[in-house]
Design a protein around this ligand. Sequence first.
Ligand SMILES: NC(=O)c1ccc[n+]([C@@H]2O[C@H](COP(=O)([O-])OP(=O)(O)OC[C@H]3O[C@@H](n4cnc5c(N)ncnc54)[C@H](OP(=O)(O)O)[C@@H]3O)[C@@H](O)[C@H]2O)c1
Length: 294
Amino acid sequence: MSTRRIGVAGLGPMGAAIARMLVARGHDVLVWNRTAEVAHRLHGATPAASVAALVAAADAVVVSLPGYRITRELLDTEDCAAALDGTLLIQLSTGRSDQARQQQAWAQSHGATFLAGSVLGYPRSLGTEAMTVLYGGARAAFDEWAGTLADLAPGQVFVGEDPGAPAALSGPLWHFYYGAYGAFLEAAAYADASGIGIRDFASAAEGMSRILSDGMQDSTTRIAEDRLAGDQATIAAVHRDLVGGQSALDRLGIDGLSRAAFVTCLSRAIEQGDGDRDPAAAFHHVRREPPARS
Ligand SMILES: NC(=O)c1ccc[n+]([C@@H]2O[C@H](COP(=O)([O-])OP(=O)(O)OC[C@H]3O[C@@H](n4cnc5c(N)ncnc54)[C@H](OP(=O)(O)O)[C@@H]3O)[C@@H](O)[C@H]2O)c1
């Protein structure tokens, strides 16, 4: 149990779940929310009278607001700026890499230390293996607070001292997630049309997700070694014939051979650390230059 105080600014679904988890794990938690009643209702946490009071009283402040612009508007006041000196600001609001870098520069100019985090998971996943948080920024501060932050996500990852790194990686990762999730829903609908109930389908799909993991590892090796083989294009074509109609990837404009290349562009976007680029643009680049068949 920590004797330091951790603040949470913003008690929407994610911020409130973060605060509740920190309280449940025995931390000394201060909370602030624009609508004050929400902070007063958060059992076990101490409500702060203002965001400046929260920053002044906490050793580290987790920010969980709709984005960087709102965070800046909130913190960029004389009172807050004065209170920031010596505080660790942990920005868990979703944003772009350039916004994270700008916020770090701004925080440092007020004597604060900065960590940017990308939350990969739902509020209900906090504290479980289904939650990952990617962190970037001040390495020493991450090391110092890693034990506390691990209560939110045991699988947390420090991706680098560039505070823009988490957003760069999480963009393609969310793209992957929503594509896969859309494919699951679509496949469940096909199964339903064949009289297979959603529970039976989901149970069988668990096995397929392990095959997906194996396929991803195989593709990763091939892509890394620049030998994307023809059979992957064949798999894409077979899938196309099987489903007949318009699939989720078709709707995204991803067809034929390009399906096999889809993973390539995402992997390359990750490698290049260019998560702010629209992954679809990376995809079209690959489509113009299909990988050579071995
Ligand atoms: N929810 C998720 O599943 C999830 C998953 C991953 C990442 N995230 C990220 O986590 C962050 C928080 O998300 P969320 O789901 O909790 O909901 P949210 O709608 O992004 O944030 C709601 C919170 O922001 C406050 N707020 C809104 N506008 C404000 C303003 N102008 N000034 C001060 N406070 C303001 C609200 O206060 P009031 O109570 O006064 O309205 C409330 O506390 C976001 O950046 C989101 O992208 C969320």
